[in-house]
Design a protein. Structure first.
Length: 624
């Protein structure tokens, strides 16, 4: 995504200020445009009247008129009509807004219009995304973009739970987190449900503080925080500003200041990458005669890279729609700026229900260096984590048998969604020339298709097999093609080579080119000399299966080669600190496929004998 920095400046004290018509300001656009001077277009009284009109207290026509005026003022200050980046070049485009004077920061730039009078930042195409940023020295310990989400969802009402759409937000979060939430209890390789989503209902400031502190102490810090509560005025005029209404132990609702909320969330700085606030006025900077800042500004300055909030009152439908669209895109592997834009567009398209929430939505964003490349890597890690969870879903449904047959369709849809995301990421990796990411992506595509095929096989055994068997076969063929493409692009990547060879044997009954078998064995043996124990463990896993497949490649390795490699693998896994048995679990799962699925009785290994007996003995060895 292209990015253009826009920075507003003036002299003297920047923490407070008012609009005075004709006062001079400076704005710098990127490094190629000359610094531009402009004069204030309005008096502060006029500014306040426009802002008050946008608080849903006036009639629809008054609000529409104020929104149009604010949009035109914002467009003129941004000078969007004269910026060539907005009219040409690749899209989407990010306008990276840094506003230093308090009174200018209070202007809802998000309402800016384009040449045709349309909302500039709510257009689908060409997409222009506005984000804000604080020019500030951030905490040294910056958060790494997470591969597996760990959400904290905390909410509080004023008197009754129905005061806020708590259930709607919970359903929205569970829907987007579904690929990571396991069925039943978690195992050593998948997170437990409460590791993925922690909910604090009718939360107090003390409980919020304790939850953040304990999560860090347990080395399970939250990666995302979503707060749903009412915005409440703090203090009295003329220094009144907005805080958040959380509960007290006695059941009341105190006025929690931005500073108090920041202190509660402070342990998460360096861990949490996104904070979303479904709270009226959480990004409200309107009172510019006080140096107090909004909740969103305070949290962003504290060190949270992404903070999304509302600068006006936020409708209940709008807050729920924001959660649904923003997190669906973000957890689907999209750029956070694209996720913000998706949310704004969705709000605009639903403006008959959500009013001008699209203009109220503010996104503070400070992204790490190399974010685009990092996004590709993390996207693949996210898919891998969700694939493991889906395998757990499948296992659980198998235990339930025919009673859960209808649920398999949903798992299949989730797998298909992951495959589509991987195909999209593959194009991104190819465009960026990221060889390592490309190799991993191809392997994950093969794995996802294989899991989809296995799901089809299980469904065929539970009910009518006719519709599932051809789907299974086609998924296995696609899986083989992805694995083969991965192995041919990188001959040292023995894991993809082994998977490709195994499906050659399963689908064709032979490995036509023994040279590919030799190449995979050589690559695995080279990796056996790797200094990293994890690399050696996975190399041994490859050798176990290669020795099992040897007869299909017309090869005769030394007797007990597979058993010896398995014994070495088990010993090395047990020596590792932490007790991660996933490599053994993964190896057993693959071997069991030869015993329970890839058999001649099920139509595999045409024209030859299957490997069920030999693989079964290895499984027995592994379990000892």
């Amino acid at each position: 995504m292209r990015s253009l920095l826009l920075e507003f400046l003036r002299l003297n004290n920047l923490k407070t200020g008012i609009w005075r018509e004709g006062d001079p300001y400076l704005v710098a656009a990127g490094s190629e445009y000359p610094v531009r001077q402009f004069a204030s277009p309005l008096e502060h009284e006029s500014f306040l009247k426009l802002i008050i009109a946008l608080r849903y207290e006036k009639d629809a026509q008054t609000r529409a008129t104020a929104l149009k005026q604010i949009g035109e003022i914002a467009a003129n200050l941004l000078a969007t009509n004269s910026l060539t980046e907005i009219s040409s070049g690749p899209f989407p485009l990010q306008l990276d807004l840094v506003v230093n004077p308090a009174e200018v920061a209070a202007l809802p730039f998000e309402a800016a219009t384009d040449r045709e009078g349309r909302p500039l930042f709510a257009r689908n195409d060409p997409a222009v995304v506005l984000t804000r940023r604080v020019r500030h020295t951030f905490a040294e310990n910056r958060a790494r973009w997470p591969a597996t989400p760990r959400f904290l969802y905390a909410w509080a009402s004023l008197s009754e739970p129905t005061d806020v759409p708590s259930q709607e937000h919970e359903r929205a979060l569970r829907a987007v987190l579904e690929p990571w939430i396991p069925m039943g209890r978690g195992t050593g390789t998948t997170a437990a449900s409460d590791d993925v989503l922690t909910i604090l209902a009718e939360v107090t400031l003390e409980k919020l503080t304790e939850a953040c502190r304990k999560a860090v102490e347990k080395k399970k810090p939250f990666t995302h925080v979503h707060l749903l509560a009412h915005g409440v005025p703090v203090g009295e005029a003329p220094s009144q500003h907005f805080g958040i209404g959380l509960r007290t132990e006695e059941g009341g609702v105190p006025e929690v200041t931005p500073e108090e909320l920041g202190k509660a969330l402070a342990p998460l700085v360096g861990h949490t990458v996104v904070v979303t606030l479904a709270t009226c006025d959480a990004a409200n900077l309107t009172n510019t005669i006080t140096s107090k800042r909004s909740i969103a500004h305070e949290l962003h300055e504290l060190g949270f890279p992404i903070v999304v909030a509302s600068q006006f009152p936020f409708t209940k439908p709008g807050s729920t729609l924001m959660v649904e669209t923003f997190y669906k895109a973000l957890l689907g592997g999209k750029d956070v700026r694209v996720a913000l834009h998706n949310a704004r567009v969705a709000l605009y398209e639903s403006r008959d229900k959500t009013g001008h929430d699209w203009a109220s939505l503010v996104g503070y964003a400070r992204l790490p260096e190399g974010y685009a490349d990092h996004l590709v890597d993390v996207g693949l890690e996210c898919v891998l984590a969700s694939l493991r969870t889906m395998q757990g879903w499948s296992d659980e449904l198998v235990k339930q048998g025919n009673k859960a047959l209808a649920s398999f369709d949903e798992v299949a849809k989730q797998l298909q969604a992951r495959i589509e995301k991987l195909e999209e990421s593959l194009q991104e990796a190819e465009t960026a020339g990221r060889r390592g990411a490309l190799d991993e992506n191809l392997g994950l595509l093969g794995s996802a298709e294989k899991r989809l095929a296995e799901l089809c096989f299980v469904c065929a055994g539970l009910g009518d097999a006719a519709p599932w068997q051809p789907l299974m076969r086609r998924a296995l063929e696609r899986s083989r093609n992805w694995y083969r493409r991965g192995s041919e692009s990188n001959l040292s990547h023995h894991w993809t080579a082994v998977q490709s060879l195994s499906l050659d044997a399963v689908l064709d009954g032979r490995i036509a080119d023994p040279g590919r078998w030799y190449a995979a064995v050589t690559a695995a043996k080279i990796d056996q000399r790797n200094a990293k124990p994890s690399a050696v463990i996975w190399a041994l896993g490859s050798l176990i299966e290669l020795y099992l497949l040897a007869p299909l490649a017309r090869q005769s390795p030394p007797v007990d080669s597979a058993r010896n490699a398995l014994a070495e693998m088990k010993a090395l896994v047990r020596e590792q600190p932490g007790g991660d048995t996933f490599p053994l679990e993964s190896t057993e799962r693959q071997l069991r496929r030869y015993v329970q699925w890839w058999t001649t009785a099920n139509g595999f290994f045409p024209g030859t004998t299957d490997l069920a007996t030999a693989a079964g003995k290895l499984v027995e060895e592994l379990r000892q």
